[in-house]
Design a binder for this molecule. Structure first.
Ligand code: BES
Ligand code: MN
Ligand code: ZN
Length: 531
């Protein structure tokens, strides 16, 4: 499907030839006398149309209107939340057979964030999973034109919506694929395909390299499966070379049986979504390739299956993580933290300005927050605030959870530096406390998306979350470049003659040297930078 942005007034929209014209009607309602405005006024007056978000009135072959069908849709107060709800409700109408070209326009000046949300919601509502279902009817829509009064001002918001739609689409697609169609090897191929896009590079590590790296915890989870593990490394370079990146680490368990601590049969199929964190990292990179923000991003995905087998890790086994800390695997179903802890140790080599891990980590988080908000844990106030703000802006909500040290008490083990579980109480928090033991002093956040990455029941499927939250966060982080980078830009901007007059104190020389040095030689970026 193709999206386009066009300058269009309500009066001109009446002349748009298309299969379906969608007009979003918000308060205050329009008072003009063109055909569409008059139609809206009449429908409101007679109570056939309400402005409540998502309520609609469908009309056919109207005189003075070029579109074959017209759908008037309430858009509440015209906010991002209301526009999202309105366009989500339009899904069935847009999926009508033989519908090829649709135009979406607004009875009001649509705010930038509402347009972004609208494009995203429309793409979301028309997504059909057909990869392993040939009988599924794909949406026949070829083009959707968004008509707005001020095209130039809204172009960035529109582009952002399109990029998010593509990113979320990638995430939904990979998360929805059954585990036999989304093996660690296949996920790695998806990452390689992304590396064909501008600004993206990818490196894949197999079992031999992971063993060489000493990732004993990751290897322990993978050892019960016939599918070889993959450690997928993605790099997006939009910032200066050597500028500290933001790192995203996504849990990539392509199927979680629980291992020897086997899960019950009911709903076990849903554990194909246990790579939702990994899929969200792929989706973010898809969006980055479109948006090209001035920031460096590393994506890291430890991918493997968690299976019971003669070679599988057993309860009580002690493994040595890449950090050197030993772990008693008391429950093989707490495998997410085992693959993530080694990935978190590995990611420190990129000296990231911030690390965010994304994981369908605990059933306890589903109990705590349900499907509305992801759990947010962080050792850094600024990072936590930035992620919370991004979630609000993207309507991809999260909720800050505690990390008091007392929560880690249950992780004590008589036979290793720690156990991998700490009893039932506060399970989402104790899982986060386990991860925290591997992040050192990096600015770190953990998003537990167990409740938000997919929906169960009749509408079973991936939600594409938290791509919206993460992309909004990265766009904002790109605007607030690291301190060292700002100094670099200032030096570059200064005229050489003028720069020569500045006394070359030891401090400024050091600052320049820091910014142009490659990442490996740079000082600790986390303590040196703003988030
Ligand atoms: N992938 C699951 C978490 C999960 C469970 C996500 C249900 C969504 C719905 C994870 O690997 C897991 O099994 N966690 C255990 C941890 C426990 C053994 C401490 C859990 O939550 O039960
Ligand atoms: Mn598990
Ligand atoms: Zn799991």
């Amino acid at each position: 499907m193709n999206f386009d942005l066009k300058a269009l007034t309500i009066a001109a929209a009446a002349n748009e030839k298309c299969d379906l014209l969608v007009l979003l009607v918000a308060e205050p309602t329009p008072a003009a006398s063109d055909p569409l405005s008059s139609l809206v006024a009449l429908a409101l007056k007679h109570g056939d149309l309400q402005t409540e978000a998502g309520k609609s009135l469908s009309l056919y072959h109207l005189p003075a209107i070029a579109a074959r069908r017209v759908l008037l849709v309430g858009a509440g107060d015209g906010s991002a939340k209301a526009v999202r709800k309105a366009l989500a409700a339009v899904g069935p109408a847009l999926s009508a057979p033989a519908l090829k070209r649709a135009v979406v326009c607004f009875s009001f000046d649509v705010p930038a964030q509402a347009l972004t949300a609208g494009v995203q919601a429309l793409a979301d509502a028309t997504y059909v999973f057909a990869t392993t279902k040939p009988s599924a009817k794909p949406c026949s829509l070829e083009k959707v034109v968004f008509g707005v009064s001020s095209k130039a001002a809204l172009q960035p918001a529109f582009d952002c919506g399109v990029a998010l739609a593509l990113g979320q689409g990638t995430t939904r697609e990979w998360a929805n694929r059954p585990a036999n169609h989304a093996t660690p090897t296949k996920l790695a191929e998806a990452a390689k395909a992304l590396a064909k896009l501008p600004g993206i590079e990818c490196k894949i590590h197999g079992p031999a390299e992971v063993e060489k790296l000493g990732m004993g915890a990751f290897l322990a989870v993978a050892q019960g499966s016939n599918e070889p593990l993959r450690l997928i490394e993605l790099h997006y370079q939009g910032g200066a070379k050597g500028e500290a990146p933001v790192a995203l680490v996504g849990k990539g368990i392509t199927f979680d049986t629980g291992g020897i601590s086997l899960k019950p049969a009911a709903e076990m199929d849903e554990m194909k979504f246990d790579m939702g964190g990994a899929a969200s990292v792929l989706g973010v990179f898809r969006a980055l390739a479109e948006l090209r923000p001035a920031i460096n991003v590393v994506g890291l995905i430890p991918a493997c299956e968690n299976m019971p087998d003669g070679r599988a890790v057993k309860p009580g086994d002690v493994v040595t993580s890449m950090s050197g800390q030993t772990i008693e695997v008391l429950n093989t179903d707490a495998e997410g933290r085992l693959v993530l802890c080694d990935a978190l140790t590995y990611v420190a080599r990129f000296k990231p300005r911030a690390v965010v891990d994304i994981a369908t980590l605990t059933g306890a988080c589903v109990v705590a927050l349900g499907g509305l908000r992801s759990g947010l844990f962080s050792n850094n106030e600024d990072l936590a605030q930035a992620l919370q703000n991004a979630g609000d802006a993207a309507q991809d909500l999260c909720w800050r959870m505690p990390l008091d040290d007392e929560y880690a008490e249950g992780l004590k083990s008589n036979f290793a530096d720690m156990g991998n579980v700490a009893g039932r109480a506060g399970g989402a928090v104790t899982a986060a406390k386990f991860l925290q033991r591997f992040v050192g002093d990096m600015a770190w956040a953990h998003l537990d998306i167990a409740g938000t990455a997919w929906k169960g029941g009749a509408a079973k499927g991936s939600t594409g979350r938290p791509v919206g939250l993460l992309v909004h966060y990265l766009l904002e982080a790109a605007r607030t470049a690291p301190v060292a980078e700002k100094a670099h830009k200032a030096v570059k901007a200064a005229k050489p003659a003028k720069a020569a007059k500045v006394p070359a104190s030891a401090d400024t020389t050091a600052a320049v040297a820091k910014t142009i040095a490659p990442a490996a030689g740079a000082p600790d970026a986390a303590t040196d930078t703003l988030l």
